[in-house]
Design a protein around this ligand. Structure first.
Ligand SMILES: Cc1ncc(COP(=O)(O)O)c(C=O)c1O
Length: 415
């Protein structure tokens, strides 16, 4: 059992953290984009390719059976991780984006019509925005936005007004990838339920960092990406209530998603395989199981506690810097370990570049949230985001680098 407080020992599991950037130790604060991978995940990948690489579900030979067991084993682990009633409700996709697109194609296209409303928030990632916008265009439906207040929190009074019996689905992020705002899903879920609407949660930022139970949230769909939670790229998850998924047609047709095929007719497979056409990403799904084990071992309450400590410490120090603006909730309790900021007069890209010279990896830009940038009245922000292997010492170094960066950039700007 790993001790979540023993960051030194956790860091030893992440070979990339030994890396130097221009001779300086890497400080990786771009975790909201993708997380780093522990040796346990890397070893699961190489073990599959070195010892039992084969296709799943179809073969009767030993290696195929081993691969099938490991692949389906990850599905069971994920079901337990999100407290799903059944692993039949866990569908593997390429990423969270594809998972949302399946809901739009296989549920939305058959259940949304002219005059219907889809409620999202103004802080959605493009992934939970563009597919709904396109569906509305195609169907003559209306996209309705719950706004954020000046404090960066969702306006729940507005949500109460906007979610009505015209609403067919409420689709919201669990945590903003820009401001870290944690959404009160229970309130929104209740409003959706009261009005007979479906409820989709974009857990791309929430599931990696917060304990998440689909039964507690009482949502209809939950989507997330394994690459943001220690797993490899190329694996996403769509969880949906069995009775809904049962009624939805597949998005892709071909091999594996069938139960029988004749010249005249194809019968589709049962859940979850009816949504997994063709050979899936076997190796990465298997390695995702190791990522889930790693997080389970730490305990998601502890992951949250560690990030809260880092965020509190970082915000405290950053807010002491003159002309520093942090977007979103100023109370760390109301947000995840994501800090979006700007220094007055300094372009976030310049800030990102100069921090990179100190070995610090942050992200700068619109973070796939152009509508939110418009709401905030900025072109972009710089963003630092934390995970289980980050430390207070790294934050000290980061804050020092911010002070130096501000001096250099403002000096250049004045000339
Ligand atoms: C809130 C949110 N939703 C969805 C996505 C899309 O995830 P992916 O690119 O893995 O599909 C992201 C990615 O950053 C995100 O932050």
């Amino acid at each position: 059992m790993k001790n979540w407080n023993d960051t030194k020992s956790i860091r030893k599991d992440f070979p990339i953290l030994e890396r130097k950037i221009d001779g300086k130790p890497l400080i990786y604060f771009d975790n909201a984009a993708t997380s780093q991978k522990p040796v346990q995940v890397i070893n699961a990948l190489t073990n599959y390719y070195e010892n039992y690489n084969s296709n799943i579900h179809r073969g009767l030979h030993t290696m195929s059976e081993e691969a099938t067991l490991a692949y389906e084993g990850t599905r069971e682990k994920i079901a337990r991780f999100i407290d799903a009633p059944s692993e039949r409700e866990v569908i593997f996709t390429r990423n969270a984006t594809e998972a949302i697109n399946i809901v739009v194609e296989s549920w939305g296209k058959h259940n949304i019509g002219a005059g219907d409303e889809i409620v999202i928030t103004s802080m959605e990632h493009h992934s939970n925005f563009v597919p709904w916008q396109k569906l509305c265009e195609d169907k003559g439906a209306r996209l309705v936005y719950i706004e954020i207040g000046a404090d960066g929190n969702l306006d729940y009074a507005m949500a109460e007004r906007l979610i009505t019996n015209k609403t067919k689905i409420v689709a919201v992020t669990q945590m903003s990838n820009v401001m870290g705002t944690v959404v009160d899903l229970k309130i929104l879920g209740k409003l959706a339920r009261l009005n007979g609407a479906k409820f989709l949660v974009d857990g791309a930022q929430g599931v990696p960092h917060l304990p998440t139970s689909v039964r507690e949230i009482d949502c209809d769909f939950l989507v997330f990406s394994m690459h943001k939670m220690l797993g490899p790229t190329g694996v996403g998850v769509l969880w949906g209530k069995e009775e809904l998924l049962d009624l939805m047609p597949p998005m892709l047709y071909g091999g594996d998603m069938i139960s029988s095929v004749t010249r005249e007719k194809t019968t589709v497979n049962e859940l979850p395989w009816k949504f997994e056409a063709g050979t899936p990403n076997i190796a990465d799904v298997i390695a995702s199981g190791a990522a889930i084990d790693y997080l389970q071992n730490l305990g998601m309450q502890n992951v949250r506690a560690h990030e809260l400590e880092l965020t509190r410490y970082a915000m405290d120090a950053m807010l002491k810097l003159p002309s520093m603006k942090i977007y979103g909730p100023q109370n760390p309790e109301l947000k995840g370990g994501v800090i979006s900021f700007n220094y007055e007069g300094i372009h976030p890209h310049d800030m990102g570049q100069i921090l990179n010279e100190s070995g610090i990896a942050i992200r700068a830009g619109h973070h796939c949230c152009q509508p939110l940038m418009k709401t905030l009245g900025v072109m972009g922000t710089a963003r630092a985001s934390f995970y289980i292997y980050n430390t207070i010492e790294e934050i000290d170094f980061f804050v020092d680098a911010l002070i130096k960066a501000e001096k250099v950039l403002n000096y250049v700007a004045c000339r």
